[in-house]
Structure formats: structure tokens, C-alpha cells
Design a protein around this ligand. Structure first.
Ligand code: RP5
Length: 162
């Protein structure tokens, strides 16, 4: 079976962030296809990816980029698939530039924008899983179990051990 989730990112330098999306999807038994697709450096690759994503069998696209982060929005302009945008923390402006570039889409072309950095990538993976789980009862059970395990892992009181 082909991957249902595509994880695309503007640069190799985005991978330490975006791998958190791939990791949580793997924990939930969901295969992802991770690719470097840059809106600025590889525009033809971006066009081909976005135009063919639905035909390739993807159900959700997670797109992460930093700085002038046009990738999620440009992909969303060329596919009807849900696009989740992850603002990668930039060196110059700590990801505020990435966040604003991704979140301020014009009405009619939605990008579901997550938090800046690792938490955003992880939550993009969880949100992709939740979207897929609406049509997959077994996955819904795994997601519910994952959330229950997370709750159980939280101690009731703080510890000096850290
Ligand atoms: C963006 O520019 C990428 O998404 C990355 O976050 C940022 C910097 O890219 P590199 O110069 O590290 O390749 O396109």
C-alpha cells in the first residue's frame, strides 16, 4: 500500500524538525513519504508534486518550511487534499516569519497551520492521523490508545528528579 501521508519540506535543514511528524505517524502505524520540495529552489518539483499528490494516493499533505515559507500555501493552491503547514524555526526571526508566511492564507485556499518547530511537526502528524482516523476504525483505536498512554505518562506531582 502506498503512503497516505506526504511530508514535504523546503530543505534538508528542515528534517530535524519535520522528522517529528514522521516519527509520531510511525508510532501510530502510518507510513509517510518524506521529500524535499522547495517552493523557491525547486519550483518545478513543487508543481509536479502538488498536481499529482491526490493521484499518487496521498490523503493528507504535511508541508514544513522556514523563512519565506511559501511551500504549504503554494501546494494548497494546487491540490484539494488537506494541507497542514509547519512553520520551521528560522535563524533570523525564530520562526515568526515562517508562521506568518504560512498562516495568513487568503480565503478560499486553506492551510491548517500548526505551531512553530518540533511541537508543530508532531501535532501535524497527530492531526493527519486524526483526519485519516475518521475513515479508519482501527486507526481511531490506535490514536485513542496513544492519547491515553500520553495521559498516563504525566505524573500527578512534580519530582526533583526532573
Ligand atoms: C526554506 O528556507 C527552507 O524551508 C528552510 O527552512 C529555509 C532555509 O533553508 P536552507 O538555507 O537551510 O537550505 O526554503
Amino acid at each position: 500500500m502506498t503512503a497516505q501521508v506526504a511530508i514535504v519540506m523546503g530543505s534538508q535543514s528542515d528534517w530535524p524538525t519535520m522528522r517529528h511528524a514522521a516519527d509520531v505517524l510511525a508510532e501510530l502505524g502510518i507510513e509517510s513519504d518524506c521529500r524535499i520540495v522547495s517552493a523557491h529552489r525547486t519550483p518545478d518539483r513543487m508543481f509536479d508534486f502538488a498536481k499529482c499528490a491526490a493521484e499518487e494516493g496521498f490523503k493528507v499533505v504535511i508541508a514544513g518550511a522556514g523563512g519565506a515559507a511559501h511551500l504549504p500555501g503554494m501546494i494548497a493552491s494546487m491540490t484539494h487534499l488537506p494541507v497542514l503547514g509547519v512553520p520551521v524555526k528560522s535563524k533570523a526571526l525564530s520562526g515568526k516569519d515562517s508562521l506568518l508566511s504560512i498562516v495568513q492564507m487568503p480565503g478560499g485556499v486553506p492551510v491548517g497551520t500548526l505551531a512553530i518547530g518540533d511541537a508543530g511537526a508532531k501535532n501535524a502528524g497527530l492531526l493527519a492521523a486524526a483526519i485519516l482516523a475518521t475513515g479508519d476504525a482501527a486507526l481511531a483505536e490506535r490514536l485513542i490508545a496513544w492519547r491515553a498512554a500520553q495521559s498516563e505518562s504525566v505524573a500527578e506531582r512534580p519530582s526533583d528528579e526532573g
